[in-house]
Ligand binder design. Sequence first.
Ligand code: NAP
Ligand code: MG
Length: 500
Amino acid sequence: MRLPGNNLDSISPAARAVLDRGAALFVGGEAIPSATGAEIPVYDPSSARQISVLADGGAEDVDQAVAAAAAAFPRWRATAPAERERLLWRWAALIEQNADLLAEIETIDVGMPLWMSRRMEMGATLGAIRYMAGWPTKIAGQTVDVGVPIPGSQFVGYTVREPVGVVAAIIPWNVPMMMAAWKIAPAVAAGCTIVVKPSEVAGLSVLVLADLARQAGFPDGVINVVTGKGSVVGQALVRHKDVAKVTFTGSTTTGVAIATAAAASAKKVTLELGGKSPQILFADADLNSAIDGICNGIFLHSGQICVAGSRLYVERPALDEVVEKLRAWADSRVVGPGLVPDTQIGPVVSDTQKAKILGYLSGAGQEGADIVTADPDVDGDGYYLRPTVVANATPSMQVVREEVFGPVLTVAAFDDADEAVALANDTDYGLSACVWTSNLATAHRIIPQIRSGKVAVNTDPLPYPALPEGGRRASGYGRDLGQEGLDGFLETKSVLIRTA
Ligand code: NAP
Ligand code: MG
């Protein structure tokens, strides 16, 4: 049977208006056409049908957006912290009022099931904005007891925290609304102004967010969005002399290129890159809840989440039972178009991603691994793939080493905790990890040994706004969320005053 795509005849009039409104950037508080006049087609991944357009911006558009952000910066940084908080709260309230519309747009644009965009992505979007809304009135420096050995002298020393200036945020296609909020909220809370470049694959919801910020009362130029290609708009932002900081989420290759280009003008850079995150399952874990958590940790949003736990290591006595339970979980999932309420797993985002994922799976077969789940390739109008479990995966296989960014879980056995840790750390990445055990002593013993920015125990690694998200090594540096997420948009100034 061929799976159909979303039925777009039944979407809300508000969603239809967003799809039909034509290509525009959001600069200086208004929707404007790009100087290039060029457009990028937008596709629904459930049907491969073109549903809308984005403006294909150019260097001139970047200049205009950065100029708007730079012009807004002096007034925005001088805006009372309580007023910045009020605007962030107001923005969150408007987003919540428009939650159904935003979720619908996100599902049509990216492919995820509606329950996921409406509850999970929306929750993580609002959570981040409301968490950051609390910060402006609490940003503070330190007073320092300065004793300089000059007889008879006295000094006062203190630090102040200042916004870095104009920020460029370059974000991926997987959860565009949440990614935009994770960058915009801390930047504007800190007193920075921002230009966001969404992915050319999915950016409709980001433009809606920017318009809601205007409605909330953010001054013109504080939040700007320039859509277009990474090689054009992204590069121009990274090289722009008036951009003080680049905050990036996406692939390691692009992140390294961005950091290299940004180094030429000594810009601050935060990189939230890919991952190949391990999950370690001890035989003493509550297997039924562990299976559910392990599967959600990789298969939710078809594995298109940076912290996806894509490598599972199982304590050997539990291996056969676990593989059978994983197979049953995966094979019972309902794959389909995101707007259909029964759908548990939507399509992946593009034909390129689908082909890349199937390539990893055929490579795994050739290297001797066993695909224990049903045929991953689903015939359909869109880019459907079934959740896939790859057993007998060995450390050197490409599917174990590289980020697949798809619904693929590799499984292998371990004999003791030391081996589990060694296998978990056998990667260039270091983003996240999950440990499943009923023995907290075991968990505490291995948490310090795992080389990653995050360790989740007996849960999938869901984001919480007060806990920083980010990686080590090939997974990048700097953090989103939490106080550290805010700190990335602040500079410290030391003040020394001689009073006698
Ligand atoms: P990507 O190529 O790294 O793109 C991320 C963002 O960077 C996009 O907005 C992209 O624009 C932009 N960009 C690309 N080249 C640039 C350049 N030279 N200078 C400045 N900006 C540039 O990632 P992707 O295409 O979205 O996905 C590819 C792979 O990245 C995935 O398969 C996955 O492995 C990984 N990924 C990781 C995460 C994560 O959260 N860690 C999220 C998504 C994807 P365009 O879209 O216009 O190219
Ligand atoms: Mg799309």
